[in-house]
Write a protein that binds this ligand. Structure first.
Ligand code: SF4
Length: 379
């Protein structure tokens, strides 16, 4: 289908007024966001998102060479977060907490040639604050060049209140002094009440999640942001979630990327809900790109949606496919059938086959050049 044909089809259809706004670079409203979710013509929604995507990034799709370390899955909220297959009660089968020695050994091998470690874990009731500080510091000593994207806002709230017993500001200061580079975007789930309470009653509120990112951004700490979809949320909840992220971004500019996270029901307390389908996956990316006009990047997390959707998503607003990812546990414990790792060649092929140009980036989206394990960034 040629672009001219698609344009006249969208122009003459129910999203014609939104096309005018997108082409003029105007901000979309709550009602328009809901209409994009309700629109029958998914190709029209993709066409609109592609305009915004190509305006920002042309033909480029970014990826990074990273590894994950999930240091522990023991979590005091194991029962509260009904959508989570990762968090376990202490002593339960499959519960684990790596010692610092184990983490350093893992980091030594996994970090070679990588630009980033993505590290999150459960809310462990007993590990002391020094464990976290030494973990970060020790990894930085092994790989000084590597960026540590560490902890969700939920972990920061827990560390501050129950482990370090200090304010969020002071907790972050200690972590940054040890080597924390940025925060991950997990824990956002869905902000809207009462939906949030239906899936994770007892977890901190959406307002608190936003406040922790606000504090981090005001300290110069960048972060990503997420939205968990495909459970019991409504279209209105999704749009509300995105607009709250947009509002904070207007204030701080600290988010690098929006990552819609597909709910994986296997091994969770919500396993009666079917897994998300590709149509919902690509629609979320597209609506995200259209509503979040101030967040530079939209990421398809291939681990979660699989390689075919990750490819197609590049025509639905996505400009980032995340990374090579080694040792992912969170989605594989919830039944993800994707591999644990893609090679650089695999990712570049996924991007090229979608007609896009692959660009390696670091955590802050600076372009990376590399020769084997040796790499450098360009500001
Ligand atoms: S989502 Fe996070 S906080 Fe909730 S149970 Fe899982 S690991 Fe714990």
């Amino acid at each position: 289908m040629s672009r001219d044909f698609m344009r006249s089809r969208v122009q003459g259809g129910p999203l014609g007024d939104i096309l005018e706004k997108v082409e003029a670079g105007l901000r979309l409203s709550f009602e328009e966001g809901v209409r994009l979710y309700e629109a029958e013509d998914i190709n029209a929604v993709g066409y609109l998102a592609n305009i915004a995507r190509e305006r920002l990034h042309g033909n480029r799709t970014y990826y990074n060479v990273n590894s994950h370390i999930n240091y522990s899955n023991i979590c005091v909220l194991w029962k509260a977060c009904k959508f989570c297959a990762f968090g376990k009660k202490e002593g339960q089968q499959d519960a684990y907490a790596y010692s610092l020695e184990e983490i350093f050994k893992m980091a030594e091998t996994l970090g070679r040639g990588r630009t980033e470690f993505h590290m999150v874990g459960g809310l462990h009731p007993d590990l002391p604050f020094d464990y976290y500080l030494e973990m970060i510091q020790g990894i930085k000593e092994i790989h000084p060049q590597l960026h540590l994207k560490v902890f969700t806002a939920t972990e920061i709230r827990f560390l501050a209140d129950h482990i370090a017993k200090m304010s969020v500001e002071e907790t972050l200061d200690h972590l940054v002094r040890s080597g924390l580079g940025s925060l991950t975007g997990g824990g956002a789930e869905i902000f809207a009440e009462p939906t949030r309470s239906k899936i994770c009653k007892g977890k901190h509120s959406g307002e608190d999640w936003l406040e922790i990112h606000r504090i981090a951004h005001n300290k110069g700490i960048r972060s990503t942001c997420t939205m968990l979809y495909g459970h019991v949320e409504s279209n209105e909840d999704r749009v509300d979630h995105m607009l709250r992220l947009r509002e904070l971004q207007d204030e701080t500019g600290g988010f690098t990327t929006f990552i819609p996270l597909a709910f994986h029901p296997e091994n969770t307390q919500m396993d009666d809900i079917p897994p998300t389908g590709g149509m919902l996956d690509v629609r979320n990316y597209a609506v995200g790109r259209l509503l979040l006009d101030n967040i530079p990047h939209i990421k398809a997390y291939w681990i979660m949606v699989g390689q075919p959707i990750a490819q197609i998503s590049q025509r639905f607003g996505v400009d980032d496919l995340d990374g090579t990812v080694v040792q992912e546990k969170i989605y594989h414990m919830a039944g993800a059938k994707t591999p644990h790792e893609l090679t650089v060649n695999d990712i570049r092929r996924l991007i090229r086959e979608a007609g896009r140009e692959p660009v390696e980036r670091d955590t802050l989206y600076r372009e990376v050049t590399r020769q084997g394990d040796q790499w450098a960034v360009h500001a």
